[in-house]
Design a protein around this ligand. Structure first.
Ligand code: PGA
Length: 249
């Protein structure tokens, strides 16, 4: 398989300055060249995190948890791609379900954020996934189709397989301890891969209560190219174990 695994930690609004700066010296990175490692710290700590990561191991990548679609302007509380680039940040997360559910993000606004970031040279990890009610009413595939639709416009095409990666994160699995079964995750990843350009080269990560125990079986699935980890990424030892387990696949 030509796709490198990507293991990402989404720290959300959790780790503070001291924890962020201490984190990378406790992290054990696998020797494998086939695994990329990425973290999404708080926006306010991006520069500190970037410096601490660089010092520990230049292979560790740092991304923002969100970014705006305009390059500057009157958008209180938002962060621009321009500023992220000044801080040498390579990645941004877009469309996380917490942004969608708690802060009114839609498929349209998320895709606008992604396009600006991609056009500015950032890598984007774009999240999709159904709610519990949608899964229970057999809407999973329809929801994925709807969420992916804005990304299927021609202006996104050249980024697939290059700087655009996707994360399938079923909302019912996020922060609940209810990891999707490897089959549920594989089926959804397959469904996503069927719909996108450059399917052979585009990485699709699974997210939702990933733990060291569930990593190997999930990542062993043919369409799962890594994990986006929330809770278990807050602890460098747990995340190191996730990396070790991923490296043994
Ligand atoms: P979780 O979060 O691993 O705590 O379920 C995943 C995410 O929100 O990206």
């Amino acid at each position: 398989m030509s796709r490198k695994l990507l293991l990402a930690g989404n720290w959300k609004m959790n780790l503070g300055l001291t924890q962020t700066e201490a984190y990378f010296s406790k992290l054990k990175l696998p020797a494998s060249e086939q695994i990329e490692v990425l973290f999404f710290p708080s926006t306010a700590l991006l520069e500190r995190a970037k410096n601490a990561a660089l010092k520990a191991n230049p292979k560790i990548q740092i991304g923002a948890q969100n970014t705006h679609w305009e390059l500057k302007g009157a958008f209180t509380g938002e962060v621009s791609v321009t500023v992220l680039k000044e801080l040498n940040i390579q990645w941004t997360l877009v469309g996380h379900s917490e942004r969608r559910q708690l802060f009114g993000e839609t498929d349209q606004t998320a895709s606008k954020r992604a396009l600006t970031a991609l056009q500015s040279g950032l890598h984007v990890l774009y999240c999709v996934g159904e709610t519990k009610a949608e899964r229970e009413s057999n809407q999973t595939n329809a929801v994925l189709k709807r969420q992916l639709e804005p990304l299927l416009k021609p202006e996104f095409k050249s980024y697939f397989g290059k700087t655009l990666a996707l994360a399938y994160e079923p909302v019912w699995a996020i922060g609940t301890g209810l990891t999707a079964t490897p089959k549920q995750a594989q089926d959804a990843h397959h469904e996503i891969r069927k719909r996108i350009p450059a399917p052979e080269h585009t990485r699709i990560l699974y997210g939702g209560s990933v733990t060291p125990e569930t990593t190997s079986e999930l990542i062993a699935q043919p369409d799962i190219d890594g994990a986006l980890v929330g809770g278990a990424s807050n602890d460098p030892e747990k995340f190191s174990q996730i990396l070790t387990n991923a490296a043994t696949i």
